[in-house]
Design a protein around this ligand. Structure first.
Ligand code: 13P
Length: 256
């Protein structure tokens, strides 16, 4: 299998006043001095995208949205389309984050429609999956992930337009993480499922990120796990120093 270029994505969630752009600038400065062997993506609130594009010009940092509407345009007050995100400077968009699935009742079918919209607009869809604490306790982790993958991943997905993020819901923002063995089991399972869904060629190249309490202290261990091709980072992406420390896993030699 050819080496997969990792992706480390920062999801700022509903955090980010204009002053937060200073962190983007600081990250850019660190990356300019010490490049990483990974793609770097920041997903700020949509309001900051255009300014972030300006602030990160000339750098390796790509920008993404945190959600998109399934349609391209129209009467959908308060929503944002993949096309609008692209126009504002995004190259990717997160869809199906557990906070969207929970807060907004998004089903697998809705998530798939959003991923299709992202593809139509020429954006990479970062499709999130992951079990709740109760589901893990009940031994249903792989069943849930399988259902989410089968329901949320568009049939025409490829390694270039799609990324899967495994984010156990109970690990998000909690400081808790699965063991490396548990991460390896789920990521290996996701890879095998993707072979079924998309064929061996795409599945073998598609990036599978781990997300949920990734911090400088645990990044090396988690990102060294087989079939982990990067991270989706929440809280620790808000500070350039922390995010940069996580990125350091991919400086001077690759982890996985
Ligand atoms: P934390 O890194 O804050 O746990 O958030 C993970 C996440 O939800 C990224 O999308």
């Amino acid at each position: 299998m050819t080496a997969i270029r990792p992706l480390v994505a920062g999801n700022w969630k509903m955090n980010g006043l204009t002053a937060q752009l200073a962190e983007l600038q600081a990250l850019q400065d660190r990356l300019a001095g010490h490049p990483v062997e990974a793609d770097v993506l920041i997903c700020p609130p949509a309001t900051l995208l255009a300014q972030a594009r300006w602030a990160s010009r000339g750098s390796e940092i790509a920008l993404g949205g945190q959600d998109c509407h399934p349609l391209q345009s129209g009467a959908h007050t308060g929503d944002i389309s993949a096309e609008i995100l692209k126009d504002a400077g995004a190259t990717a968009v997160i869809v199906g984050h557990s906070e969207r699935r929970t807060d907004h009742g998004e089903t697998d079918a809705v998530v798939r429609a959003k991923a299709e919209a992202a593809h139509r607009a020429g954006l990479i869809a970062i499709i999130c999956v992951g079990e709740t604490e109760q589901e893990r306790r009940d031994g249903k982790t792989l069943d849930i992930v399988k259902r989410q993958l089968r329901g949320s991943v568009p049939a025409e997905s490829s390694a270039t337009n799609t990324v899967i993020a495994y984010e156990p819901v109970w690990a998000i923002g909690s400081g808790l993480t699965p063991t490396p063995e548990d991460v390896a089991e789920v990521h290996g399972f996701i890879r095998a499922e993707l072979v079924q869904l998309l064929g061996a060629r795409e599945a073998g190249r598609l990036r599978i990120l781990y997300g949920g309490s990734v911090k400088p202290a645990n990044a090396k261990e988690l990102l060294s796990v087989k079939d982990v091709n990067g991270a989706l980072v929440g809280g620790a992406s808000l500070k350039a120093g922390d995010f940069d420390e996580i990125l350091s896993v991919y400086r001077g030699g690759k982890a996985a």
